[in-house]
Design a protein around this ligand. Structure first.
Ligand code: OOG
Ligand code: MG
Length: 253
């Protein structure tokens, strides 16, 4: 099987919420191959009418690296079709084995054409919001290598974004909790994200540009989870809170 075949298999697996075996079980691919598979499978989504609305960073905290056994930064693409309304419903039938994780979302107020530094971050952020990402690996048992997960668009499958706050809101040292039906399951701190969650946007500007993905005005960037992801299932209300940024929730139906 070639790169294009894998992009079709992964896209079909996502579309039909059916798990598949890992690419690395049978084929050795490198990082470039993995990002090419991701880009090709996303092209299929765009052809079906989905719109690229932003990027997500992954493995930006130790908690996530250790949970999944992958220790490199990764990035994936988010589309409009993945959005879950705050206080709305997430249809479980569209997912294989979904997990939720608390994230920070950045809104870009201008195009980023060259990698930015932490000092320049103020000039590109238009807002900051609390968010919950839903990840749903297309691989059986949620098991993957670094290349597998990149090819699978970094398990991206959904996101809910809470209220937007001013771009200069201090998001260092925020207590972050995620839980189900009113009970906290995991707690963390925003500084667990690369020592400073804003650093995640710096890394996004660097890594995405390597593979020709521009960061555009009005795109959102998810910074990566500060806690391990939690399993979610039908009948549950998933909530997360972020100190001064507030909280958000949605229902799995
Ligand atoms: C890969 C995605 C990682 C994060 O926030 O670290 C990620 C996965 O864990 O399936 O979204
Ligand atoms: Mg995430």
């Amino acid at each position: 099987m070639n790169i294009k075949d894998y992009s079709i298999i992964l896209d079909d697996a996502a579309k039909t919420a059916t798990s598949i075996s890992q690419i690395s079980n049978t084929t050795k691919i490198n990082l470039d191959d993995a990002y090419t598979i991701q880009a090709l499978s996303m092209k299929r989504r765009y052809r079906r009418g989905e719109k690229l609305v932003g990027l997500k960073m992954g493995f930006t905290s130790k908690a996530k690296m250790e949970q999944m056994g992958v220790h490199d930064l990764i990035w994936g693409r988010l589309t409009d079709a993945m959005e879950i309304e705050v206080d709305g419903d997430m249809p479980s039938k569209n997912f294989i084995h979904p997990r939720a994780e608390p994230e920070l979302a950045f809104l870009l107020k201008k195009d980023i054409k060259i990698p930015i530094s932490l000092d320049e971050i103020g000039s590109v952020i238009g807002g900051i919001a609390p968010a919950i990402e839903i990840i749903d690996s297309r691989y059986r048992n949620f098991k993957f290598s670094l290349e597998d997960v990149i090819a699978d668009n970094c398990s991206s499958s959904g996101y809910a974004i809470g209220k937007w706050h001013a771009p200069n809101t201090d998001v260092s040292n925020l207590s972050i909790d995620i839980g189900i039906n009113g009970t906290i399951s995991k707690s963390g701190n925003s500084n667990a994200i690369l020592g400073n969650p804003l650093q995640s946007l710096v890394e996004a500007s660097r890594l995405a540009l390597v593979y020709g993905q521009e960061l555009k005005k009005d795109m959102i960037v998810l910074a990566g989870a500060a806690t391990p992801a939690i399993h979610i299932k039908k009948g549950e209300t998933v909530h997360a809170s972020f100190g001064i940024l507030g909280e958000l929730k949605f229902n799995v139906v």
